[in-house]
Design a binder for this molecule. Sequence first.
Ligand SMILES: [Zn+2]
Ligand SMILES: [Zn+2]
Length: 86
Amino acid sequence: MKCQTCRTAEATVHVTDLIGDFCTQAHLCPECAAKERLDLAPLGKVKFNCPKCGGACEAGPPEGSEPVDVTCPACGFDFKVKLGIR
Ligand SMILES: [Zn+2]
Ligand SMILES: [Zn+2]
């Protein structure tokens, strides 16, 4: 599989990101992945692990103190998490 961004290098990095309500999947070469991660992870983004499968989830930036709804990109488990409080 070729990298989605540069379409030349072999995609060896498979990124699943939760951005707000959107779950995105990207297949990238390591070089583009490094750049892409910067775009996909703006300041204020909170990373945490799924309480069910332990998979990596992220959401944010935090808005107020209300818990936000999150769906685990790995197992699809829906849960609420309070961002910015750890
Ligand atoms: Zn690339
Ligand atoms: Zn999960």
